[in-house]
Design a protein around this ligand. Structure first.
Ligand SMILES: Cc1ncc(C[n+]2csc(CCOP(=O)(O)OP(=O)(O)O)c2C)c(N)n1
Ligand SMILES: [Mg+2]
Length: 227
C-alpha cells in the first residue's frame, strides 16, 4: 500500500530523462496518502518538476478505518501546497469532472511544470475483503453513494441529451464483459511463473539461486541481497 507512489515517480523521471511527452498517472487510496511514501514522492516529484499526476481515490475508508479518524484535514488535496504544486478536489463520481481535472494536469506536466495532486471524492462499494462485515458504516450510507454510481449517472446524462441509446449502451456493456472474460480466461490458462524467474527485470536482484531460498541462507546473509 503506497508502494506504487515512488515507483511512479521513478517512471516519471525516466520520461523526463528520455524527453518523451508521456505522463505517468498514479492511483492510490486515502489510507496510502498517510504513508511516508506519499510525502517523499510528492517532495521529489515536485522538486524535479516530474510529469506525474497523483490521483488519490478518497473513498472514505482504509480497510475498516474511516478517513476522518486518521486525518486532520478534510481534503487530502490541500497537502499539495506543502510541495508547491496544484491540488484539486474533484467529484470522483462525475466522469467529466475527473476527465477535465486530469486533462489539465496532463497539459501542465507536458509543459514541464511538474506534478498535480488530484483528490477524487468517491466511495468503496464493497467491504475491504469478502470477510469484512462493514460494521464501521451504515447500509444507508452505502445506498446513498450507490445512487451516485458514476456509470449509471453518466449513462442517464448521455441518454438525456440523446447521445446514446439503450441498445448502444448494452453493446458497450457486452463488449466490456467480453473483454473481462477473455482476460480471465487468458490468466487462468497461463502457466505459473517459474521460481528461476523471480529476479528477472529486478533492478537489484538477489545473488542467491533458487536452492538458497530452500535453505536458511537468505536469512543468514541479508546484506548480500543487493548487488
Ligand atoms: C505499508 C502497508 N501498511 C498496511 C497495509 C495493509 N493494508 C492493505 S490495504 C490497506 C488500506 C488501504 O486503504 P486505502 O489506501 O484507502 O485504499 P482503498 O482500499 O480504500 O482503495 C491497508 C492498511 C499494507 N498493505 N501496506
Ligand atoms: Mg480508501
Amino acid at each position: 500500500m503506497g508502494g506504487n507512489i515512488p515507483v511512479a515517480v521513478g517512471a516519471a523521471l525516466a520520461q523526463k530523462l528520455m524527453g518523451s511527452q508521456r505522463v505517468v498517472v498514479c492511483f492510490f487510496g486515502d489510507g496510502a496518502s498517510n504513508t511516508g511514501n506519499f510525502h517523499e514522492s510528492l517532495n521529489m516529484a515536485s522538486t524535479w518538476d516530474l510529469p506525474v499526476i497523483f490521483v488519490v481515490e478518497n473513498n472514505l475508508y482504509g480497510m475498516s478505518v474511516p478517513f476522518k479518524k486518521v486525518t486532520k484535514l478534510p481534503d487530502i488535496a490541500s497537502r499539495a501546497c506543502a510541495y508547491g504544486i496544484p491540488g484539486e478536489v474533484v467529484d470522483g463520481m462525475d466522469v467529466l469532472a475527473v476527465r477535465s481535472a486530469v486533462s489539465k494536469a496532463a497539459e501542465r506536466a507536458r509543459r514541464g511544470e511538474g506534478p498535480t495532486l488530484i483528490e477524487a471524492k468517491t466511495y468503496r462499494w464493497f467491504g475491504h475483503s469478502h470477510s469484512d462485515p462493514r460494521a464501521y458504516r451504515t447500509r444507508e450510507e452505502e445506498a446513498d453513494w450507490k445512487r451516485r454510481d458514476p456509470i449509471t449517472v453518466m449513462k442517464e446524462n448521455l441518454e438525456a441529451v440523446k447521445l446514446i441509446s439503450e441498445s448502444e449502451f448494452e453493446a458497450i456493456e457486452a463488449a466490456v464483459d467480453n473483454k473481462m472474460e477473455k482476460a480471465m480466461a487468458f490468466s487462468n490458462a497461463s502457466p505459473e511463473p517459474k521460481p528461476e524467474d523471480m529476479t528477472t527485470d529486478v533492478f537489484a536482484p538477489a545473488k542467491f539461486t533458487t536452492a538458497d531460498y530452500e535453505t536458511d541462507a537468505a536469512c543468514e546473509r541479508p546484506f548480500a541481497m543487493v548487488r
